[in-house]
Ligand binder design. Structure first.
Ligand SMILES: Nc1ncnc2c1ncn2[C@@H]1O[C@H](COP(=O)(O)OP(=O)(O)O)[C@@H](O)[C@H]1O
Ligand SMILES: Cc1ncc(COP(=O)(O)O)c(N)n1
Length: 276
């Protein structure tokens, strides 16, 4: 049997298990990657909101990375909540040097939780912009793209397409998955931009309020699947397909009274629309 890839999440903790490190590790396991994790922050959080935040000192984020990477070869890395400019600077240094520079990297520029609570210092936005060109893929939602580009939020797919291109042109992103989940409508449409152009990625919108951690889950699915797929396009397509499956059975979990988690147990759907 082939060795599973090793995927690393550098992110914050969500005790309710729907987002952050907990979502990432469940996603890695479900999609066949061995999960490793470096914590940037502890949140006191449930499905209704965030009540507290305890950020790990940047020097200790560096020590976690140093010790892990001195021993373990990481195939793919997902960057989630980075909390402040000092942690972004540490992560940037690691991402620019071996061994992480040769791992497949996914930057989810987490700024605000689904509940509306802030997860990144205002002062760190500039630092995140500088991290953008180093990641193989960035996965902003509509609000995060607007902040990164310093303009108003896209309100339709045409604007998503324009902003995805601009994130490459103006910020130097290598590849962009601009998520349109918050646009509404019968389909959840994301936009993919890379060297070969811009394409849309559509899925039927699932009627559920259980969308806590969709962004975390999608970006960690990319870090789990990229070493197991031939290229980024097939990786993105399959990650979105699995996320849609995980959303479609989310209501059965009945975790919490707010925006509950997606169903990380969901089997990987086959091309015929069946489950494995
Ligand atoms: N109700 C839904 N049904 C299907 N897909 C959804 C739904 N809500 C969000 N998505 C998808 O989940 C992913 C996360 O998107 P989004 O909600 O925009 O980002 P974030 O979770 O970072 O705010 C995207 O692929 C988006 O299209
Ligand atoms: C620790 C942590 N990291 C990230 C998110 C964002 O979650 P979402 O994927 O819903 O945007 C979160 N709520 N908590």
């Amino acid at each position: 049997m082939a060795r599973p890839p090793v995927s690393l999440s550098i992110a914050g903790s969500d005790p309710s298990g729907g987002a952050g490190i907990q979502a990432d590790l469940k996603t890695f396991a479900r999609l066949g990657a061995y999960g490793t994790a470096v914590l940037t922050a502890l949140t006191a959080q449930n499905t209704r909101g965030v009540t507290g935040l305890h950020v790990v000192p940047a020097g200790f984020v560096a020590e976690q990375l140093q010790t892990l990477l001195a021993d373990v070869r990481v195939d793919a890395v997902k960057l989630g909540m980075l909390a402040n400019a000092e942690i972004v600077a540490v992560v940037r240094e690691f991402l620019a040097s071996e061994p992480l520079a040769s791992a497949d990297s996914v930057l989810d520029p987490v700024m605000v939780a689904t509940s509306g609570d802030r997860l990144l210092d205002d002062a760190a936005v500039g630092a995140i912009r500088e991290l953008v060109p180093l990641a193989a893929v960035i996965t902003p939602n509509v609000a995060e793209a607007a902040v990164l580009l310093d303009r108003s939020e896209a309100v339709d797919v045409a604007e998503l397409v324009a902003q995805a291109s601009d994130l490459r042109g103006a910020l130097g992103a290598q590849r962009v998955l601009l998520k349109g989940g918050h646009l509404g409508g019968p389909q959840a449409i994301d936009v993919w931009a890379d060297d070969s152009g811009v394409r849309q990625l559509a899925a039927t919108r699932v009627e559920t309020r259980n969308t806590h951690g969709t962004g975390c889950t999608l970006s960690s699915a990319l870090a789990a699947l990229r070493p197991q797929r031939d290229d980024w396009w097939h990786t993105v397509r399959d990650a979105k397909r699995w996320l849609t499956a995980a959303l479609s059975t989310a209501d059965r979990l009945e975790v919490g009274g707010g925006h509950g988690p997606v169903d990380h147990f969901a089997p990987f759907p086959t091309a015929a629309g069946e489950s494995e």
